[in-house]
Write a protein that binds this ligand. Sequence first.
Ligand code: NAP
Length: 323
Amino acid sequence: MLAAYVAATSPDDPLSVLQVGERPAPEVPEGWARVRLKAASLNHHDLFSLRGVGLPEDRLPMILGTDGAGIDDDGNEVIVHSVISDPAWRGDETLDPKRSLLSELHQGTLADEVVVPRRNLVPKPAGLSWEEAACLPTAWLTAYRMLFTQAQLGPGSTVLVQGAGGGVATALTALGKAAGLRMWVTGRDPAKRARALELGAEQAFESGARLPERVDAVMETVGAATWTHSLRSLRPGGLVVISGATSGFNPKATELNRIFFLQLRVVGSTMGTRDELERLARFLLSSGVRPTIDTVLPLEEARKGFERLEAGDVVGKVVLTRP
Ligand SMILES: NC(=O)c1ccc[n+]([C@@H]2O[C@H](COP(=O)([O-])OP(=O)(O)OC[C@H]3O[C@@H](n4cnc5c(N)ncnc54)[C@H](OP(=O)(O)O)[C@@H]3O)[C@@H](O)[C@H]2O)c1
């Protein structure tokens, strides 16, 4: 079957090790299900995998991809929940110390087929297109959990999203607006800031700009480049939820004094549960919100999509389709 995969990683030149070609179709273990993918979307995670982050040599070759939607062997239209927990684990899958994401231990979704534990299938609502459904399991689920499970903000709260154009950032902006939050956004590029306003942001600022007032919460995925600004933008008692650090893990100033003196809260967040994915899909239907899709390409042209993602050119998601 056709797949986008990595057979040898490269920390410095990830696109040089991206391969698009034939891989063996997967076996279906007992209790697992095969999904013929109709669409899959790219995430920054896929670039990290090409660099070898979280993907040791002994797991290669590995098919990339943590997001996908397709049809199972019984003909059901499904969204794939990408967090694979231990069969013995009960409760919130994201808290299982043995959990992994598709493409870390098990082959990923940038392919004709993927196999996952049967419990990882979520019904795809008919009101979502394949492309839209394929955006949900990673970036959109992460955004949903950050806002609604971790931050638990009431309507009217002011929330700053760092990094206007990212997959997670655009999801945060649209979901927050739909839930009655006042969404403010920062971004490096005027065109991406303009798009954020179209998505429902009330105001969009240049990265690092002084804000008109302090905010109740900051949603962080950019990391080192924006961390200081995030903590300085919070009101006393405010909350920063962090789920990624694209620009680096070690900010120049950790702002420990600010954290204790202003009694700030720093909360980590990773992916989301199967139940949260199901609720996210329902929220999209009831709110009318849809994922922002930057580009749709056939899987054969995966390289073009990775190039856009690596260049940081995207607003929203890059989706790869199968006939
Ligand atoms: N913990 C989890 O479960 C989880 C799930 C999903 C994603 N993540 C992580 O979250 C991060 C974002 O993922 P994504 O898929 O949304 O990535 P993406 O679509 O590639 O977006 C990249 C983002 O980073 C910003 N950015 C990059 N370099 C920057 C810099 N030097 N200064 C300021 N902003 C910079 C961009 O902002 P501009 O608009 O300003 O260009 C954009 O918002 C990644 O690190 C990813 O690994 C974690």
